[in-house]
Design a protein around this ligand. Structure first.
Ligand SMILES: Cc1cc2nc3c(=O)[nH]c(=O)nc-3n(C[C@H](O)[C@H](O)[C@H](O)COP(=O)(O)OP(=O)(O)OC[C@H]3O[C@@H](n4cnc5c(N)ncnc54)[C@H](O)[C@@H]3O)c2cc1C
Length: 320
């Protein structure tokens, strides 16, 4: 089969891929990887390729880098992990940024990172399909009206980018407003209102705290067993302590240590309606991928009764 393509030797930051795409309707041959997604992962890969002089094309469906952070997160969000564990390769956070950067600071960091490495994603390009042509030995990547051909294809589309709204029994009769966390911005919008937060992960816990701080009456629906850990132990990041301990001790022992510390710092979560799984937090993360909740203050509101935990499922009884 004869195929007509446009071949681009190298994008030196002058947007040559973009021009080629605009001027031709033929498939565009990329002499390097195509990366989908201009979030932190995509940017990190792109910077490493730039450092080695490897040309690439980055496709992003939104019109900015770090779109998850910019468009789908709430205002009070800070990194749950310290900045040194969240920095991207070859560029640390500026020293004036606090240990747990705010959402704004994290977005500024991502923008500065893209600028520093001259990463120019092609925005508003949603990849619809990517098919490996085994006979020819390359990928055919379809984005909007364009087709790209490449030998390497890197998917950096994230694990939280798409909202998932479960089918909640009785929800069709619910008269109030229903929003997914990706559209939640600020507790001030709910002042004085009764709010049910469904799901007790890091986002659910922090949004409950935000609502509570803004005088909403908050109930938190907790279905599964989960681990809540303090964000810090004796002023040190729990995450950093855990990874350091894992250099010397087995997971089970580090888990035991974390659970004793949690008991001392937070108290008994079970008494508050939040049951812990049989396996420890790190073992659970390893075997199921489920991240423990790092508490940033919500648990004390639960203990004081300001956030009410409900374990009653189905939720229809709570929806009035
Ligand atoms: C509320 C919240 C708090 C978090 N807090 C932390 C934290 O404190 N620390 C931490 O390390 N992580 C945290 N995370 C996890 C978060 O997933 C990471 O911070 C980070 O954003 C993951 O980067 P990523 O590049 O893998 O994915 P994303 O940031 O999700 O980026 C994926 C990109 O791919 C684009 N994309 C998706 N599909 C397509 C397509 N078909 N075509 C083109 N583009 C596409 C998306 O538009 C997006 O820009 C948090 C997440 C949330 C939601």
């Amino acid at each position: 089969m004869e195929m007509h393509t446009t071949t681009i030797q190298e994008d030196k930051g002058d947007g040559i891929f973009h021009k080629a795409m605009n001027s031709e309707s033929k498939p565009v041959w990329i002499p390097g990887p195509v990366i989908i997604g201009a979030g932190p992962s995509g940017l990190a890969v792109a910077a490493c390729l730039k450092e080695r002089g490897v040309p690439f094309l980055m496709l992003e469906k939104e019109s900015c880098v770090g779109s998850l952070w910019r468009l789908k997160t709430y205002n009070r969000l800070q990194l749950h992990l310290p900045k040194e564990t969240c920095k991207l390769p070859h560029m640390p956070f500026p020293p004036e940024v606090p240990a747990y950067p705010t959402k704004k600071q994290f977005i500024s960091y991502l923008e500065a990172y893209a600028k520093h490495f001259a990463i120019e994603p092609m925005f508003r390009q949603e990849v619809q399909s990517a098919i490996y042509d085994a006979r020819m030995g390359f990928w055919r990547v379809q984005a909007n009206e364009s087709e790209f051909l490449c030998r390497w294809f890197i998917v950096a589309t994230g694990e939280n980018a798409e909202p998932v709204l479960p089918n909640i029994e009785g929800i069709s009769d619910f008269k109030g407003s229903l929003i997914h966390t990706s559209r939640y911005k600020d507790g001030a919008d709910f002042e004085g209102q009764k709010v049910l937060v469904v799901g007790c992960g890091n986002s659910g816990m922090e949004i409950s705290l935000d609502l509570c701080n803004n005088d909403a009456q908050v109930s938190l629906a907790v279905r599964d067993k989960l681990h809540i850990l303090p964000r810090e132990i004796l002023g040190r990041s729990t995450f950093c302590i855990s990874t350091w301990l894992l250099n010397w001790f087995p997971v089970k022992l580090v888990d035991r240590f974390l659970l004793v510390c949690s008991q001392v710092i937070l108290g008994d979560t079970h008494k508050m309606g939040i049951r812990r799984p049989k396996i420890g937090p790190l073992e659970q993360k390893k075997s199921t991928g489920k991240t423990p909740v790092l508490d940033v203050g919500a648990f004390s509101k639960i203990k004081s009764g300001k956030i009410k935990v409900t374990n009653s499922f189905p939720l229809s009884s709570c929806l009035h």
